[in-house]
Every structure is written in C-alpha cells, then in structure tokens.
Ligand binder design. Sequence first.
Ligand SMILES: CC(C)(COP(=O)(O)OP(=O)(O)OC[C@H]1O[C@@H](n2cnc3c(N)ncnc32)[C@H](O)[C@@H]1OP(=O)(O)O)[C@@H](O)C(=O)NCCC(=O)NCCS
Length: 178
Amino acid sequence: MKSQTKKINNRAHFNYYDSFANKNWMPSKHEDDSSIDFFSIPDYAVTILEGKNKVSQLFVYMRKVSIENNDITIAGIGDVVTHINFRRKGYGVELLNQALEFISDKADFALLCTDIDKLGNFYRLAGFKPLKKTYYFMDKFGFEKTESGGMYMRLSDCPKIDNILNPDIKLHVGRSNF
Ligand SMILES: CC(C)(COP(=O)(O)OP(=O)(O)OC[C@H]1O[C@@H](n2cnc3c(N)ncnc32)[C@H](O)[C@@H]1OP(=O)(O)O)[C@@H](O)C(=O)NCCC(=O)NCCS
C-alpha cells in the first residue's frame, strides 16, 4: 500500500481525480442535489494505491477564515471515497490518517461534513469528533447556507481554536465547495 498527495493544478487536473469519485461513489454522488458542481476546486488530492490501482481518495480544501478577528487555517476534507470493490478493508481510515498527517503542519483545524448517524463511527476511527454546532457557508449563488453534520479535528493547541468550538460564536467557512 502506498499513499500519494498531489497538488491540484487546474480544473482539468481536478476533473481527472473527480472521475474516480464519480465512478465509485455508488449510489451516485450528489444525487440529492443536481445543482451541486465544483465551483471552487480542491487544493490537494490524497490517494491510496494498491499496486498501480487507486483504491481510495479524498480532497483537501485549504481556507483561511477570520473568527473573532483571529485568522484560522481550516483544512476541509471532502469527497472521501473508496473503490466499490475495496471497501471495509481499512483503506478509508488509512486515507484519513494520511490526509491528517499531511495537513497537520499546514492547518489549525480539519473540518468535514457527513451523515453522522451513518458514518460518524468511520470518521471517529481517525479521531474526528462531532462539531455539535451548525456552521455556515456561501453557496455558488452567494447565498448563505447552513450545515449541521460537521465533524472536526483540532490540529493546534492555540486558544483561538476554542472560538471555532464555542457554540455562541458563528462559524462561517466562506465560499463552498469545502
Ligand atoms: C465511507 C467509505 C469512504 C468508507 O471507506 P472504506 O475503505 O470502506 O472504510 P474502512 O474500511 O476504513 O472502514 C473502517 C470502519 O469504518 C466503519 N464504516 C466504513 N464504512 C461504513 C459504512 N458504509 N457504514 C457504516 N460504517 C462504516 C466500519 O466500522 C469499518 O470497520 P469494519 O469494516 O471493521 O466494520 C466508503 O464506504 C465509500 O466510498 N462510500 C461512498 C462514498 C461516501 O459515502 N463517502 C463519504 C461521504 S461523507
């Protein structure tokens, strides 16, 4: 097993990685919202390879947000997917661990969104915890939307991170996709 992290250079490069996610999501990605497309593309793709075959992949979106006048770098984790023939073999958790190792010195905080009832335990295995507060983002039309299935990992001890977790302080992560 080998892992790779590649910088995504442009949309064509991103489309190459996204085709793996689309092919292996099952049932189809974003079937609940056909208006979703990637209007902001990820910064990195992390992959797990078994021989020459890609078996698992996720995207990382880096973002600086200002919370209570503190700049905080958040790494959004998205589009976590394992090849349909290679699931429940531990590749997904290994992928998350590789991604966390990569971002540990680049971000203060990792954030992802999921169906916590269904996949909360999967993300907990890599150390993510439920955010337990709603966060906000801007959709592609510039409208503010809310998200409640957040899970996080603290990557820095800095007290400014407490503001992200404080239920009374609004967390806005800027423009989606994230
Ligand atoms: C979610 C997904 C990435 C997991 O990948 P994976 O390589 O199978 O994960 P792992 O083998 O590392 O799973 C480790 C553990 O997580 C839990 N887990 C994994 N997939 C799960 C699922 N679909 N439902 C419930 N628990 C799950 C299990 O506890 C599993 O351990 P077990 O196999 O011993 O029971 C994969 O099912 C997938 O690609 N799904 C479609 C895309 C998707 O929904 N992505 C997540 C979007 S938020």
